[in-house]
Design a protein around this ligand. Structure first.
Ligand code: DGI
Ligand code: FE
Ligand code: FE
Ligand code: FE
Length: 188
């Protein structure tokens, strides 16, 4: 498996410079959150560096893997936004040799979240949203929450992402709804 420098180089080769800068921002934020919440900083670093590894792969490649590897075929009704983490984790595993299941799961869940999330899953989900390069209305509030209560940050991100998707009339992946029901509604 790779050292950080090698991993960075491998990831950089697979994406635009702009996206690579986003990845480095997610890493910075994820490592900081890992330190704060008592999670392995190394795992946070590796998961952050690889979370968008598959983001620039052609749709055809994802479709082939979804058909071949026993994924729920309903996934074919979605697209890269849903595939690059959920299916992309398998590319990270095969191509980068990362076999740590906690890291792979954090990659799988980084876009949609889930009802059941580990601390590492939450850290990657939130770090992706609040990395220093992000600039949207509400990002300051999300950054503030992340330093106070990670679960509140998950809830905030989930609610605002869903609002945005609905505003744009995008198709909602069922797991995204599950995340909303669990973290936004069920929360006391
Ligand atoms: O890969 P990033 O741009 O860093 O961020 P991401 O992986 O968190 O999100 C990718 C995109 O996916 C983002 O525009 C939000 C969108 N998304 C999240 N949940 C859903 C979704 N898109 C659809 N269509 N349905 C969802 O449920
Ligand atoms: Fe992503
Ligand atoms: Fe995200
Ligand atoms: Fe990302």
């Amino acid at each position: 498996t790779f050292k950080r420098e090698e991993l960075m180089q491998e990831v950089q080769m697979h994406m635009s410079e702009r996206r690579f800068q986003h990845v480095l921002g997610v890493e910075e934020m994820a490592v900081a959150l890992a330190a704060k919440y008592g999670v392995s900083e190394e795992k946070a670093s590796i998961a952050a560096l690889t979370h968008d590894y598959a983001k620039e792969r052609p749709d055809e490649e994802f479709e082939l893997i979804i058909k071949r590897d026993g994924y729920d075929q309903d996934l074919l009704n979605y697209g890269n936004p849903i595939w690059h983490g959920l299916v992309g984790a398998s590319m990270v595993q095969r191509e980068l040799g990362i076999d740590d299941e906690e890291i792979l799961e954090a990659i799988r869940l980084h876009t949609t979240g889930a009802a059941k999330m580990s601390l590492l899953d939450k850290i990657i989900y939130v770090a992706d949203y609040i990395e220093p390069g992000r600039n949207f209305p509400g990002v300051k509030e999300a950054r503030k929450l992340a330093l106070v209560d990670l679960d509140e940050a998950v809830a905030y991100e989930t609610k605002h992402t869903l609002l945005h998707l609905i505003e744009q009339e995008h198709k909602i992946y069922p797991k995204t709804i599950e995340t909303y029901n669990y973290w936004v509604v069920r929360k006391a």
